[in-house]
Design a protein. Structure first.
Length: 282
């Protein structure tokens, strides 16, 4: 299950890359998003792949993915904070509750077989997360430490993985332009201080993200190296093209007025999946 550290869940914002400025959230209120998909151009009719329901405040109420057998329901308190998720993913049901303290948020996930996963997220005075501890059946399994620069942008993440009496660690370092404060580089290091993953970011003159290049220096071939390109029309995001350097995999996201409307996925230039997004408004 993916840990969700969100007070509000607004899907149109999440559909856009977080590094790309957009005004999708300022548009009219969305009641539901439905994904209609095909696996081939030969398919005459579309299947209902997924559906997301929202309240008038833009918070996610229900998430259904009919391909992955996911059906999750979200509950909020009077202040709009997420307090519980009930649902199932695949063949596993779960209940996750969220408890908020002054500088800590605790997430407790319970399974039918009495398994319990607990995550504590600690915040500083500015509300930035500075530490995260994850427990499985009462035992610490993972710990993350975060550091920030003067602009409150994260510049480092230190990961500690616990297995029995052993502890493994690795880190991620982010670099920013000193004038624009935009992220320019990301390096992930293994326990031996060797770079295992590297990302470079390119922007246009107005600060819009143009490209993310990702490489894996320790791999012998470039099958995993990818490039994500961002294209704009009249200043608004139009397309996001994600493809591997060897040309085997490619995905194209198409936006209208900054909102995602279509996704196409290819393997060896053959269309493998086509999804159209239908928006229902209040």
């Amino acid at each position: 299950m993916k840990t969700m550290w969100l007070y509000t869940l607004i899907l149109p914002c999440l559909l856009l890359n977080s590094l790309v400025a957009n005004d999708a959230c300022a548009q009219k209120k969305i009641k539901q998003i439905v994904g209609w998909g095909k696996y081939s151009k030969k398919d005459k009719t579309s299947q209902k792949f997924f559906a997301y329901d929202y309240n008038p405040s833009g918070k996610l109420l229900r998430k259904q993915d009919f391909r992955l057998y996911i059906d999750n329901t979200y509950f909020y308190d009077k202040q709009g904070k997420l307090v519980k998720i009930e649902g199932y993913e695949g063949e596993t049901s779960f209940t996750t509750t969220y408890v908020y303290g002054k500088k800590v948020m605790t997430e407790i996930m319970k399974m039918p077989d009495d398994r319990v996963h607990k995550t504590h997220t600690y915040l500083n005075d500015k509300g930035n997360k500075v530490e995260k501890k994850m427990y499985h059946m009462g035992k610490l399994s993972k710990r993350i430490l975060y550091t920030y620069n003067k602009q409150d942008s994260v510049i480092g993440e230190m990961y500690y993985l616990y297995s029995g009496k052993q502890r493994k660690s690795y880190k991620v370092i982010y670099t920013y332009d000193y004038k624009t404060h935009l992220r320019t580089h990301k390096n992930e290091y293994d326990a031996y201080q060797q770079v295992v993953e590297q990302e470079d970011y390119t922007y246009n003159a107005t600060g819009q993200l143009l490209k993310i290049s990702k490489v894996f220096p320790q791999r012998k071939n470039n099958d995993y190296n990818t490039t994500i390109e961002y294209q704009y029309q009249k200043g608004k995001l139009w397309q996001v093209i994600n493809q591997t350097h060897n040309g085997k995999y490619k995905s194209v996201k198409v936006y209208k007025d900054g909102v995602l409307i279509r996704v196409r996925r290819y393997e060896n230039s053959k269309l493998m999946e086509l999804i159209d997004y239908q928006y229902v408004y209040f």
